[in-house]
Design a protein around this ligand. Structure first.
Ligand SMILES: [Mg+2]
Length: 213
């Protein structure tokens, strides 16, 4: 059996809980990743809602092979501190929400990148606890909330993650936010039970309406 992911560093108070994805939610991902690719003569084209198959060599127009796409993504995460910046209003809005709720970051990334990400988040005063894992998010959200009688919310750009939380923590408010405007129209509809937000102002409004009930 796989080791159970440790959540010991996450200390919650007796307040509502907001669990928040990082890439494309708190930090820009697609825009800086595109800039990173362009710096080495490649580009990411918004042709469909995936990275694989949409990265091309600028000069030849040739599509980059899948294993190179994965290698480029790995290199980007190693050097994320040189490229990634907060999404508009994310820092300010989270600081305000932190006055009313506990905030936890849940990022789908190999745990080997967690220290680099932690340092990057701290640089932007995003000092909320971070859980970095490639495991499904639903069971982790369920463990974090631990059945308490307190409202909780989950924010993510990827439908798969929202659906995982819908399945394992059906009482959780689900908010879909994707900050990149080029890829947002290509994203599949998140479906039933998920509220779409266009920006952080809207996220705050949706969450406040839920946690102040
Ligand atoms: Mg994301």
């Amino acid at each position: 059996m796989a080791d159970v992911l440790s959540l010991d560093h996450v200390r919650l108070t007796n307040r509502p809980l907001i669990i928040c994805d990082i890439d494309e939610v708190v930090l820009e991902f697609l825009t800086p990743f595109r800039n990173f690719l362009r710096a080495s003569g490649r580009d990411l084209l918004p042709r469909s809602f995936r990275l694989h198959g949409n990265i091309v060599q600028i000069e030849s127009g040739e599509t980059v092979a899948d294993d190179l796409v994965s290698a480029l993504q790995e290199e980007f995460f190693l050097r994320q501190q040189d490229w990634q910046t907060p999404a508009a209003l994310a820092v300010e809005t989270l600081a305000e929400l932190a006055g009313e709720a506990d905030i936890v970051f849940l990022t789908a990334m190999p745990p080997r990148h967690a220290a680099v990400r932690r340092a990057l988040l701290d640089r932007f005063s995003l000092r909320y606890p971070l859980v970095a894992t490639e495991d499904a998010k639903g069971p982790i959200v369920k463990r974090l909330h631990a059945g308490r009688k307190l409202p909780f919310a989950f924010i993510d750009d990827i439908s798969r993650n929202l659906h995982s939380v819908r399945e394992h923590a059906p009482d959780c408010l689900l908010v879909n936010l994707m900050v990149n405007a080029d890829f947002r129209p290509l994203a599949p509809d998140p479906g039933e039970g998920v509220t779409k937000a266009g920006d952080w102002t809207e996220v705050a409004r949706i969450i406040r309406a839920h946690i102040s009930r």
